[in-house]
Design a protein around this ligand. Structure first.
Ligand code: PLP
Length: 483
């Protein structure tokens, strides 16, 4: 069997088959033994760069040696998001079946811009997003579109809200105009930084963003939002969008969407709900109370790549009127005009991107393989494990909970008696655990206090993994994580 790189054309199919089986074996071993890796890569910055040639090979290389370099060079520089003890940021992971979706999507390599160029992607996206809508108990009017990330979904929602404000900004822009007042976007002080980036990107500027104070549970105070909006209107500013979050990034707190919807309705303001992280829990009836008011939203973002075991990237934006996105973005140059077919949905009309990846395939695989019940069971178990961890924190004299646990994120810190600088202690504790490779924790600051965050969300996580973190925390503390 030849392993030579051919002078023209693609890899011979017999080589593809040979290496393809090797790659699948490699991935199967990786998933099987993932827990044996240090969670965080142990390499120093520039280790990988220093070990790679500075220019491309002149002649093609045997793919076997390329694969060997994955073990030798790439693997040590991987931080294992799929590790069951990855608890930092939000613990997200792919299922194996999701990987199959990526393999096939890459094989088709379609650019889903027009229905004509990609009927499978266009229609499967509609069908699978309607499945997810039903799973989340969202009303029928909501229609979804897939983007890469929540940052991009939210940016598109705000762009639609900006266009709806009626200043013809897509045509006339905002610069050099005296007739456009300062447009305001509102969110809580705990909002994800993607909202800040959206207003930067859309030319609204950071000064357009008004962050509203939260209560002691880190939830937006609706009375303060109402006051801020009234105050802005009185001063000639124009509120265009309010963004509550269900599952904020720091603490997973839940903004009161129902009360916020009342305010938005009163003033005719676009309501965009960021439920990038916690949206997956809406598939569980016992979590639906958190989503009260979502049915009144103009748009909602949820990330299956966060907590629905679908490989990065796949974010869904649901809109009550998807045409609002079209109004903001649709533009069809001559070379993309099609004729001779009934009206169809063309993905390129709903955003900045022309070509779009066939992302729906992996979500379809995941939902079909696990079924709704299988997905519910996994998320429910993660929430149980997080509550179990939280109860250990509450029962220990050396630790304290720093925020409620509505989903599967625990905010806590060590607080042993007799230590003055708890911020320094907790930072050291986190760094010690992360450096050990046993687990990965991240942090936030709550009321000025350094707070550890433990997120439970890996498809591979079991109770023993949480026990390992708990033991490790106590051991590091006893060994002088505080000293
Ligand atoms: N919104 C919330 C609440 C998040 O927690 C995050 C990321 O953690 C985002 C938005 C951004 O997600 P993405 O990486 O998909 O842009």
């Amino acid at each position: 069997m030849s392993s030579e790189t051919p002078k023209t054309g693609d890899m011979p199919v017999e080589d593809f088959r040979k290496y393809g089986y090797q790659v699948v074996d490699w991935i199967a071993n990786y998933f099987e033994h993932i827990g044996e890796n240090p969670v965080l890569s142990q390499v120093e910055p520039n280790w990988l760069k220093g070990n790679l040639p500075i220019s491309a090979p002149e002649n093609g290389e045997d793919f076997g040696s390329v694969l060997a370099d994955v073990d030798r060079l790439i693997l040590p520089a991987v931080t294992h998001w799929n590790h069951p003890n990855f608890h930092g940021l939000f613990s997200t992971s792919t299922s194996s079946v999701g990987v199959f979706g990526e393999m096939l999507a890459a094989s088709f390599d379609m650019k889903a811009m027009l229905w004509r160029t990609s009927p499978a992607s266009t229609e499967l996206e509609d069908v699978v997003l309607d499945w997810l809508r039903q799973m989340m108990a969202l009303p029928e009017q909501f229609e979804g579109i897939i983007y890469d990330t929540a940052s991009v979904s939210t940016m598109h929602a705000i762009a639609a809200a900006r266009e709806k404000a009626g200043f013809g900004i897509r045509d006339k822009g905002m610069s050099g105009r005296a007739d456009v007042p300062l447009l305001r976007v509102y969110c809580s002080e705990h909002v994800h930084s993607s909202i800040d980036k959206s207003v930067i990107t859309l030319g609204l500027g950071l000064r357009s963003l008004r962050k509203i104070a939260c209560n002691e549970r880190f939830e937006i105070i609706p009375e303060q939002l109402a006051e801020a909006i009234n105050d802005d209107i009185e001063n000639g500013l124009l509120p265009i969008c309010v963004i509550p979050t269900i599952g904020t990034t720091s603490t997973s707190s839940v903004d009161p969407v129902e009360a916020i919807a009342d305010i938005c309705e009163k003033h005719g303001i676009w309501l965009h709900v960021d439920t990038a992280y916690a949206g997956s829990t809406a598939i569980l009836p016992e979590f639906r109370h958190h989503f009260k008011g979502c049915e009144r939203a103009d748009s909602i973002v949820v990330n299956p790549h966060k907590w629905l075991f679908t490989p990065f990237d796949l974010s869904v934006l649901y809109c009550k009127d998807l045409n609002a996105l079209k109004d903001a973005f649709s533009l069809v140059p001559e070379y993309l005009k099609t004729s001779g077919e009934p009206p169809v949905k063309n993905g390129m009309d709903y955003g900045v991107q022309l070509g779009r990846r066939f992302r729906a395939l992996k979500l379809w695989f995941v939902i079909r393989y696990f079924g709704v019940e299988g997905l519910q069971n996994r998320i429910r178990e993660h929430c149980r494990l997080a509550r179990l961890f939280a109860s250990r924190v509450e029962e220990s004299p050396d630790f304290e909970l720093m925020a409620p646990v509505p989903f599967a994120l625990v905010c806590f810190r060590a607080c042993p008696a007799g230590v003055d600088d708890l911020d320094a202690l907790n930072e050291r504790l986190m760094n010690d655990i992360n450096a050990s490779g046993e687990a990965y924790l991240s942090h936030t600051k709550l009321n000025g206090k350094f707070t550890l965050r433990l997120s439970v969300g890996s498809i591979r996580v079991e109770e023993r993994h949480l026990t390992k973190v708990w033991d490790s925390l106590n051991r590091h503390l006893a060994e002088g994580g505080g000293a």
